[in-house]
Design a protein around this ligand. Sequence first.
Ligand SMILES: Cc1cc2nc3c(=O)[nH]c(=O)nc-3n(C[C@H](O)[C@H](O)[C@H](O)COP(=O)(O)OP(=O)(O)OC[C@H]3O[C@@H](n4cnc5c(N)ncnc54)[C@H](O)[C@@H]3O)c2cc1C
Length: 814
Amino acid sequence: MSIKLPRPFRSIFKFFLYALLLLTVAVTGTVWISGDSSYQGRLQEPVVNDITQLNPVRVDRVVTPKSIDDIVAAIRTSTGPISIGGGHFSMGGQTAKEGSLHLDMRQYDKVVAFSPEKREITVESGITWHKIQQHIDPYNLSVKIMQTYSNFSVGGSLSVNVHGRYIGHGPLISSVKSIRVVLADGSQAEASPKKNPELFYAAIGGYGGIGVITEVTLMLDKNEKVERKTSTMKIAQYRDYFARNIRDNRQVVFHNADIYPPAFENVRDVSWYVTDKPLTIEERLIPTDRTYFWLPKLTAFASSSSFGKWFREHMLEPMYYSFDRVVWRNWEASYDVRELGEGDRSKKTYVLQEYFIPVANFDRFVPKMRAVFQAHDVDVLNVSVRHALPDPGSYLAWAREEVFAFVVYYRQGTSEQDKLKVGQWTREMTDAILSEGGTYYLPYQPHATIEQFRRAYPNADKFFAVKRKVDPQNRFQNKLWEKYYPSPDQKISDYLTQQKNYQRGEEQSFLSLPEWYLVFNPNEYVAFLDSGKNPSDFPFFKSIDEYWTLYDRVKILTNGVYPKNSEYQTMLWVIGVSTTVEYLLKGVYENTLGRLSRWTASRETPEEALIRDAHRAYARLIYDEPWYKFPFWSWAKRAWTDAPFFGQNFIRKIERKVFFTLEFGFKALYAKLIGFGAQTAYEPSDGLVTMHVRADAKTLGAIDERIKVLKDFGNRDLVITVPRWGEFTEIVPKVAARGVEFVEISGNDDILISATMAVEADAKPAPLKFLFASTVIAPEHQKRMVYVVKVAKLAKALRLMPESKLRLEHIYDY
Ligand SMILES: Cc1cc2nc3c(=O)[nH]c(=O)nc-3n(C[C@H](O)[C@H](O)[C@H](O)COP(=O)(O)OP(=O)(O)OC[C@H]3O[C@@H](n4cnc5c(N)ncnc54)[C@H](O)[C@@H]3O)c2cc1C
């Protein structure tokens, strides 16, 4: 049954429908042609990330040492934090720390000494396993212990104290004869189990927290031909099978057992036995320039659905393993990480985790692991079981006794919500492994709580004691140690993290620029009207373009540098589209009917003065409060009560009354709607910015009563709060002028500021890093300069601004 509207309603309905269609086309077209999507600007500080793309960290600068002197010089000529990166395959920010000097060790990669007779090699720590393999393979020697893939650096592998698929071995440390380390003061030390054992057992497995491992002497093994043998079984049979057939079998070189998801009931043993059968692959090593096409696709397919997983277990692998394979041990140890795929990881990414269980507790852990995966519907691609003998003594040992490792390869989304979800099940899994006397691996995302870390690594205090001794100023830092190392400022950071709404995303300082443009622009509108100009001449279309230009620029600047903040970007998109609609309608109206009515008037009407006042009041309010709190409707009414109905320039009077009532009436409705639904989303905090400053508490209180000292830690270390938004920009320069220094603001060390200055002038004063200029409509001959500055240098920058003829416009408080 269809409802038929009477004819006049049908025409009205049609009119609105067409008008809506036209508006949609106009808005889409305007948004399409506006903005600056070709913007080339980059935040100057380099970003260090890892294979998951989940952990972008902005470091201060990157140094690529090629010699020991380069390393020593980098340390001695700098004062701040230092982070160290090898292959950058760890997955939780272990290689980086914001604002640090980053040592990228990949070009420090020579073979220093090699003795085939002694089966020993000394290498620089940035060398990859693959490069070592190329060197030793002609002598029929192999690396004794390494991971499955050969792209990792030796230094990164030592600092994690890795394991492989080897039988009869344990963590990498058991194949290390000695190491050399450059310490925080630039001095060098040699360490082995006999010489400086403290340093040896702390630096290996020390995640770059002790010093830079520079040279390493490794023991090598024979390169032999190995033959693959495989069988499947129920997981309940595996431990016994392993004990009887694999553990003490000296013919087995590599072994792993893959547990098939999602049931986690069946296991495939894949073992490689020494053989003298003819090779099925003649290559001695897998070439580094090989291209990978099918494997990443099959991995993606297997992770795409339950069918994919079933297909892998029951079709793909039975077929794949039905072929005989005899290869060199070096070939089997020279896999390339690229085979896992190098595609787009912006929405979904592949990540590893690892749990270690004492061999006796294997069967008790499996059901607990299965329960966590199934309860959280974790998209597990594979769980690979390996075996390791006990660690000889590293302080952060993950194998304090003989263990099985469960290497979990899974897929996760990259949104904040996805990360929280992963954090939740990871902590549950960590509880499960701890409850069975096991531990978890540290090169992955640091989701475990500090308490879980302490339980998993009971000798962490010994490690921290060495760190305090050799690195008293805590120069060697990264995201892992930021979380778990109790630094001297720990009590301040602990206090700060307990504060409600303390931590805000640093990217929000950048992303809030277009949002603030919608504060500046109404003020420019008022300045424009105040200068006696015709409202019809206001460049509405240019303002739309400026909004989208700022939107594009901050998006490009933050992309890949910070974790994606989809929520904020969506909010910017929504307000951008509504502003485009508003300015389009206003622009079209003011340039037609508005211009016509103005033409009929000999002078300004009282309505126009009132409209100016209304916009002035609105422009003032939005500095400190959300826009929807403005009393639009009471102002709309005043057009009829405060200005007489009849009078000179009647046409203009009526036109302005109606136009203003429609504009503010509509905004009143919209504000009610937004205010209703978005109160919490718009401003979830208590409206305060929490920061750590260096100042005298008494002086600070006297500067402005809106500053509240939350805690005085002595030594001029204060935690304070200041109101957000407009008040923040008002108070912070006052504080800076009185010599106060900022240590961090809302957990961040970079902040965006904008200032205005004459169009013909230019200013790039030192602590400020210039990003771009933006158009100011009124007052005339002004432009907006956008800068980023280190929080630690903010006070100095603010003090220097007047010298450069810059007028501070805003400090973007995240
Ligand atoms: C696909 C994949 C497979 C993996 N398989 C295994 C596996 O089979 N077995 C296993 O045990 N692990 C495995 N891992 C984990 C991997 O071994 C570690 O992440 C390892 O650290 C990677 O080496 P890297 O050179 O990339 O180290 P990076 O990630 O660069 O560094 C790791 C840590 O070492 C520190 N570091 C690096 N170089 C030095 C140096 N010269 N001096 C002092 N500190 C330094 C860094 O600061 C950082 O804390 C795997 C990881 C991936 C991505």
